[in-house]
Ligand binder design. Structure first.
Ligand code: GLN
Length: 550
């Protein structure tokens, strides 16, 4: 490792997956990174995604879950959210590369004439581009270790160039500078009462056909893997039994770093990378968080109103933000997922009764919008703590315009171009934008809070930075009307004058934010708005006898 203040020379860990998707490569990568970080190493994680979209920004959340946004405005895979939540270190565009971006870069270079005279091919041109992107983070000199998670499953046609690039890097960088971890499934066959190693053997064989011998095999399992089975996996997969790591299903993802430490995943990785580090991982803060998470003294129920509620991953960072905030408040946060499309007809109010807080989620387009507006109305009138994020804030503005200020049919021009009162309107800089990909207001922007406001109380300071992802904004032509009617703009972008926060004074907790505070919530620093929303919901909650549920 390099000396203090010197640029660091990074070593590279690749995490591949086999047998099936959804085994949790992102969580294993994040957990290992956490353990290495807790030993004093500087670590970052990168995700390679094998699809042709340049980024997931244009994907419906039902296709790919939440689109996670970084400080530099990259629209990325939701695994980057896990990386930040575990490590507490910001990621950037360089942390997420898709096949689409790789091809786009290569084709752009081809048109420019960079390869003049050459036939441009998958090997070496695409693989070289992938290698360059993998090495980019290490080249900053900031990291001791770069972990690269290869999306998809070994054997998928589309992830082959990524695997080939990683294979080549082992020889470019040297064996002691690269490490391959393969995550597989050891299924339990209930009828036979047995764990099975065959899928692992096959997936390791498939990987070795591509020229990669994994150094460590992490086995996802529902039951403990006995020693003799570890030896069998080791024998068939050509590794030491010490390098067969058991990854048992956990109660919470936040348990996984501790489970991996017990299995000595970090020790094995350091040993194989020839890094001498005898520090014991300092996980005090992590354990403290887990202790609070697992031993709540209170519980509350939050209604999360959205239109992608069938797939919980669509709101991953919000769900995790509530978990972090729950832990800080030593409170179990039960989330009721409410489809806004069901909040329009009949006595929909019933669905909102018994909630200690209502969170209206971000989103795009017409579908479900009236239900979201109804949820805001219910929260405002019944003094239920309310937290609106992005479209949720815009709904709060529309609701206030229609039902308090009396602007009939007020709307966002996103949903109704003909509205007589476009209280939410397209941003000036968006008016000439025609391309959909990567053209929203994206990434971190400054916001100045009003002294003495709820937002000021929540953040404990006046100048904040939060991440954005939207095209529409509060229409400042209506600013005075809103102020006079009691809805205060308490957060303003100091450069553009855009309204970023609105709140109501005559309500116990009513706040809408144009930005996405959920992206910055992590274990070490839970997002203040989530922490205070849970606090407010706790005040609203009817005390429960321990062990009872609503
Ligand atoms: N659709 C709204 C806009 O583009 C809100 C976006 C969001 O909630 N992320 O402004």
């Amino acid at each position: 490792m390099s000396g203090k203040g010197q640029p660091k020379t990074a070593k590279y860990i690749f995490v591949t997956g086999g047998v099936t998707s959804s085994l949790g490569k992102g969580i294993i990568a994040s957990s290992l990174a956490k353990l290495l970080q807790a030993r004093g190493l500087s670590v970052t994680i990168q995700k390679l995604d094998p699809y042709i979209n340049i980024d997931p920004g244009t994907l419906n959340p039902y296709e790919h879950g939440e689109c996670y946004v970084t400080n530099d405005g990259a629209e990325t895979d939701l695994d980057l959210g896990h990386y930040e939540r575990f490590l507490g270190v910001p990621t950037s565009q360089a942390n997420n590369i898709t096949t689409g971006r790789v091809y786009f870069n290569v084709i752009t270079k081809e048109r420019r004439g960079d390869y003049l005279g050459k036939t441009v091919q998958v090997v070496p041109h695409i693989t070289d581009e992938i290698k360059q992107n993998i090495l980019l983070l290490g080249a900053t000199g900031q990291y001791d270790i770069v972990i690269t998670e290869l999306g998809g499953c070994v054997g998928d046609i589309e992830s082959l160039p990524f695997i080939e690039a990683a294979r080549q890097l082992k020889w470019d960088l040297g064996e002691k500078n690269t490490l391959f971890i393969h995550l597989t499934l050891v299924p339990y066959i209930a009828a036979a009462g047995e764990l099975k190693t065959k899928p692992t053997q096959h997936s390791v064989r498939a990987l070795s056909e591509y020229g990669i011998q994994p150094d460590i095999i992490v086995c996802r399992t529902e039951h403990p893997i006995p020693q003799e089975m570890r030896r069998k996996i080791a024998l068939f997969c050509n590794v030491s039994p010490n390098d067969v790591i058991e990854a048992m299903d956990a109660e919470t993802i936040y348990d996984v770093p501790l489970l991996m430490r017990k299995e000595k995943l970090d020790q094995r990785a350091l040993y194989k990378l020839d890094i001498y580090n005898d520090k014991d991982a300092d996980l005090e803060q992590w354990k403290n968080f887990l202790g609070k998470l697992k031993n709540p003294t209170e519980q509350i129920t939050i209604g999360l109103v959205g239109k992608y509620v069938e797939l919980k991953d669509s709101y991953k960072s919000i769900a995790e933000g509530l978990i972090h905030a729950g832990a800080v408040n030593e409170t179990k946060v039960n989330v009721v997922w409410i489809s806004s499309e069901n909040l329009v007809e009949g006595d929909y109010q019933k669905k909102l009764e018994n909630l200690d807080g209502i969170l209206v989620a971000p989103g795009f387009g017409e579908r479900g919008i009236e239900g979201k507006i109804n949820a805001v109305k219910y929260a405002r009138e019944n003094k239920v703590p309310f937290f609106g994020i992005c479209l949720g804030m815009q709904c709060a503005v529309i609701e206030y315009a229609r039902n308090v200020i009396g602007l009939e049919n007020a709307h966002s021009s996103e949903m109704n171009k003909e509205t007589p009162y476009p209280v939410i309107d397209l941003m000036e800089e968006q008016k000439l934008v025609t391309n959909k990909g990567g053209t929203m207001r994206l990434g971190a922007y400054a916001c100045k809070l009003e002294k003495g406001s709820l937002a000021h109380h929540v953040y404990g300071k006046l100048n904040i930075q939060e991440r954005h992802r939207h095209r529409y904004e509060f229409n400042n032509a209506y600013l005075e009307q809103f102020k006079n009617a009691g809805m205060s703009p308490t957060g303003i972008n100091p450069d553009s004058g855009l309204v970023e926060v609105v709140e109501l004074k005559d309500h116990p907790f009513f706040i809408g934010v144009q930005f996405h505070p959920e992206y910055k919530s992590n274990v070490a620093n839970p997002a203040p708005l989530f922490v205070h929303f849970v606090k407010a919901a706790l005040r609203n909650a009817i005390p429960l006898m321990k062990g009872t549920t609503k």
